[in-house]
Structure formats: structure tokens, C-alpha cells
Write a protein that binds this ligand. Structure first.
Ligand code: ADP
Length: 492
């Protein structure tokens, strides 16, 4: 193969049309084979048909291209680039990008040489992009990367800024002063340079009329027509920010009120408990004094009355405490967060250690226990109450055995406390959660009847539920349900 053939083969293998056009004869002196593949006309037609190129140009581009060619010849431009359309042999319209070199001999342009590429797909993608751009519900604009001048804006952008299209396109950014200075600008510019995009940057935009809007801005580096550009996508969040501010103010006011009310309640509760306790202590103290100092002047019935007064006063004290505890649960501020049931159960067991030993009770915990969303101290109190009852309500001749385990499904954790105690008849299973509801005399099983009410209200304040399954003499299974913590590692 000769040198010339080799070069030709090379030119033919390039995925573009390589050509040479004779200015005087107005015809192609060389066209590479890709021309036939891309546009469908036989190479012979390119070379023989006079003004082949002009004839097959898209009619709408003809005038512009004639002017382009004339300018090339007149100004003897060394190199120029242009996009235009041609009609292929099968009628399809193709977008071509052409780079032309001018050959000058003896001061005269004798030939044009060029490389023409098929960019139809890229152009179509660009067209689809612009369609989306113009029909977007958010404000969008394209600026050239080098001088930051807008080359395209959509109607939403015009509406958002208050400037007309003409006032925006090709205007120097310093002249428009669209953006108010933002403190994180340098950092964001750096991010844009490094990553080619910025997402959801909160900026403040000054409209033509001087009013200011809060906008969430995304910026992406893109290429349009071979030129590096920046695509701006703006969402006006002024109203949203205003609503958020109002909400925040309202929340603060509410928090203040709650705190105020809580402190009012604390003061009230302290006063009430103090005022109620004073006469109680007097009752107990004087009954005690009677027993000690006047024992010889009282008979057994008299001494029994004194002891009953003392017991009743102590009971009253317990009741006052119970009422206060229960009341506090309703008004106290409660912030919930991720807490570990494992730690809660451990803390409860530690608090009950002496009681469990005294009752010779066995508590079996199935571990690991998951994390829930709740309040640690309140949950410890709840588990203490459930465990205490589980051990307390067991017949005297039976060794208490308590099982604790948890189930997790669909974002909810259910903690079970099961005992082998006396059980609860079905008809009482709901009412035992009411304050001061007891099924047994104080002498059989001591208590004031507030434990389960605290369990119920406490769990409900943590957005949970409580319940019991029980059969008399066979034991009870109490459960509490709470939202699972999102970062809990245990599987659902
Ligand atoms: P207290 O334990 O002070 O009586 P609670 O509110 O904790 O108050 O319980 C209310 C009543 O519910 C108890 O008096 C008892 O009759 C019944 N109860 C609670 N837990 C159990 C249990 N584990 N087994 C049987 N009965 C129970």
C-alpha cells in the first residue's frame, strides 16, 4: 500500500467527514467515506453535484451558512467553527458541527478544508434539556462559567428576579447585583470548583424592586454547545422561612408557658404537700407520745387505737406521695431520646436488689434488649413498678419467678414482664391501670394502688401503650410498647 492510500485509509476510519473544497471550482476535491455513512449520499454525488453542500443544507440554515462561508473567504479566517443542519438522503435532519481551515495561496483563498461531525444526538439531548429547562416549576438560569453572564433564563427565573429576559441575558453580574453577600461564599465556590456542584445553598436574592427573597440554590457545572456553563436551580423559600420563624416563635412561647406552668405547679405541690404533711406529722407524733408517755394509763384497746392512728397517718403520707408522683407525671416536661432497655432493666434490678433477695425471687432477662425512644429515669420507674408487682403478687408458698424479654417489629418494641403469680381476672384487667384501684386488702398485699397508673400514664407520655394478659392463679404477662430507636442495631 502506498503512502497516499495509507493516509486515505486513516482519514476514512475517523468518525467524522474530512473534506477539501475547491473555492474556484465550487466542488469537493476530497470527501472521506464517513460522508456516505453519515448522510447517505454516495461520495460521487458530493464530488460531482454543483454546490452539493448548499443544496442539501437545511433551508432554515442556508442564509446563515452562506454568510458564514462568505465571511470565511473575505476575512481569510484561519480557523472557524459552526453548527448547522443538513438533510440526509433519507430525509432525516442531522445536526453537524464543522471546523473549517482556510488555505491561502499567493494571498488568495484557494481551498477550504474541514472536519464535520454528526452531533445530532447531543443536540437532541440539548433540546430535551431546554424543554425541561423552560417548563420547570423552579427558577432556572444558565450562566457562562468564565464571565458568569446569563446565556439562558426561564420564565420562573424572570418572575423571581423581577428583571426582564433582556435585562438578564449577557449582563455583567456586577451590574445586576442579584445576590446579597453570603458568609459561606468562598467555601461554596471552592466546592463548586472541586465537585462540580453545590446542592441546596441558602442564599438571599435581591429582586429588581429591591425586595429580598430567600432562595435555596443548586448549581451544577454543565457543558452547552461545547461551552462550560453553570446551571442554576432556584427555589423560593421565603414563605417557608417565614412560616418556620412564626412556628419557632410560637414554640418558644409555648415552651415558656409550659415551663412557667411547671414551676407554678411545683410551687403549688410543694405548698400542698407541706401543708398536708404538717397536721399528719402532728397526728402521728401525738399518737406516738400517747403510746410512750401514757401507756400505763391506757388499756390494750386504747393502745391499739393509738397504733391505728399512727398506721393511718403513715398510709396517708404514702397516699400524698403517690398523688404527687402521679400528678407530676402529667405536668412535668419530658424530653425523649434513644435509650437502652438493657441499661434500664439493669438499673431497675439494681434498685430492687434488696427486695428481690428478701422475696427469694428469680428474674430471668433475655438479652440483648433493643433501644427505644423514651425517657431513661421514667422507664426505670416503670420497670421497677412492673417487677415489684410481679414479685409482690405471688402466693406466699410460691417462689417468685419473673421473665423479661422484648420483641421488635415495624419500628415498635414491646417489653414483656411475666410472673408466676396470682393472676388477674379478665374483668379487672383494664381497671387496675386506674389510680388507686386495688383488688386485694392491704393486709394480703400491701400497696396504695398507684404503681400501674404511673406505668400507664408514663408510657403514654412517651407515645407508647400498655396492656396485660393474665389468667387467675396462672400468672400475668404485662407489656409496654414504645417506638424503636432508629439507630438500634438489633434486627426488626
Ligand atoms: P399496688 O401494687 O400498689 O396495689 P398497682 O397500681 O401497681 O398498685 O396495681 C393495682 C392492682 O393491680 C394491684 O393491687 C393488684 O390487684 C393488681 N396487680 C398489679 N400487678 C399484678 C400482678 N403482677 N399480678 C397480679 N395482680 C396484679
Amino acid at each position: 500500500m502506498g503512502k497516499v492510500e495509507k493516509v486515505e485509509e486513516l482519514l476514512n476510519s475517523v468518525d467524522a467527514i474530512i473534506w477539501e473544497w475547491d473555492v474556484r471550482e465550487k466542488r469537493y476535491t476530497f470527501v472521506s467515506q464517513q460522508a456516505e455513512r453519515i448522510l447517505g449520499y454516495p461520495l460521487s454525488q458530493w464530488q460531482t453535484e454543483s454546490e452539493f453542500w448548499l443544496v442539501h443544507l437545511h433551508p432554515e440554515d442556508r442564509e446563515r451558512m452562506v454568510a458564514f462561508r462568505e465571511r470565511l473567504l473575505r476575512e481569510k479566517l484561519e480557523q472557524a467553527s459552526v453548527d448547522y443542519r443538513m438533510v440526509a438522503a433519507d430525509g432525516r435532519i442531522l445536526w453537524l458541527r464543522e471546523r473549517v481551515t482556510v488555505v491561502v495561496e499567493d494571498g488568495k483563498v484557494t481551498k477550504l478544508r474541514g472536519v464535520t461531525m454528526d452531533i445530532t444526538e447531543a443536540k437532541e439531548a440539548e433540546e430535551r434539556f431546554f424543554k425541561a429547562f423552560h417548563s420547570s416549576l423552579t427558577a432556572m438560569a444558565i450562566a457562562r462559567q468564565e464571565d458568569r453572564k446569563f446565556v439562558e433564563v426561564n420564565d420562573q427565573f424572570v418572575a423571581l428576579t423581577g428583571y426582564s429576559r433582556d435585562e438578564l441575558i449577557e449582563q455583567a453580574p456586577e451590574k445586576l447585583q442579584l445576590w446579597l453577600p453570603s458568609p459561606d461564599r468562598a467555601e461554596k465556590e471552592e466546592q463548586l470548583r472541586r465537585q462540580g456542584e453545590i446542592r441546596e445553598w441558602e442564599k438571599r436574592l435581591k429582586r429588581k424592586d429591591g425586595s429580598v427573597r430567600d432562595v435555596l440554590t443548586s448549581i451544577v457545572a454543565i457543558e452547552i454547545g461545547g461551552q462550560p456553563c453553570l446551571l442554576f436551580n432556584l427555589l423560593d423559600i421565603t414563605e417557608r422561612k417565614q412560616a418556620e420563624a412564626i412556628l419557632r416563635d410560637a414554640r418558644n412561647a409555648l415552651e415558656f408557658q409550659v415551663r412557667q406552668r411547671t414551676s407554678d405547679m411545683e410551687t403549688f405541690v410543694y405548698a400542698v404537700s407541706h401543708d398536708l404533711r404538717a397536721p399528719l406529722m402532728a397526728l402521728e407524733g401525738f399518737a406516738q407520745a400517747l403510746l410512750e408517755d401514757y401507756a400505763d394509763r391506757l388499756n390494750e384497746t386504747g393502745r391499739d387505737y393509738c397504733r391505728r392512728i399512727i398506721n393511718a397517718a403513715r398510709k396517708m403520707d404514702q397516699l400524698i406521695n403517690a398523688v404527687l408522683d402521679y400528678g407530676r407525671l402529667s405536668y412535668m416536661e419530658l424530653t425523649v431520646g434513644a435509650v437502652s432497655l438493657e441499661r434500664i432493666v439493669d438499673d431497675a434490678l439494681q434498685l430492687l436488689e434488696a427486695y428481690l433477695t428478701q422475696k427469694d425471687a428469680r428474674v430471668i432477662v433475655t438479652r440483648p434488649l433493643p433501644e427505644v425512644v423514651g425517657h431513661h429515669a421514667l422507664l426505670v420507674q416503670i420497670v421497677v413498678n412492673l417487677l415489684t408487682n410481679a414479685v409482690k403478687f405471688t402466693p406466699p408458698d410460691r417462689k417468685p419467678e419473673v421473665k423479661v424479654w422484648a420483641e421488635k417489629r415495624e419500628g415498635i418494641v414491646r417489653l414483656w414482664v411475666e410472673d408466676n403469680g396470682i393472676g388477674i381476672p379478665v374483668e379487672h384487667q383494664e381497671r387496675i391501670f386506674q389510680p388507686f384501684t386495688r383488688l386485694h386488702p392491704e393486709t394480703a398485699y400491701p400497696g396504695v394502688g398507684i404503681g400501674l397508673a404511673i406505668v400507664k400514664r408514663g408510657v403514654e407520655r412517651m407515645n407508647g401503650k400498655v396492656g396485660v394478659l393474665s389468667e387467675p392463679s396462672k400468672g400475668s404477662r404485662f407489656w409496654i410498647e414504645l417506638p424503636a430507636s432508629k439507630n438500634d442495631p438489633l434486627p426488626a
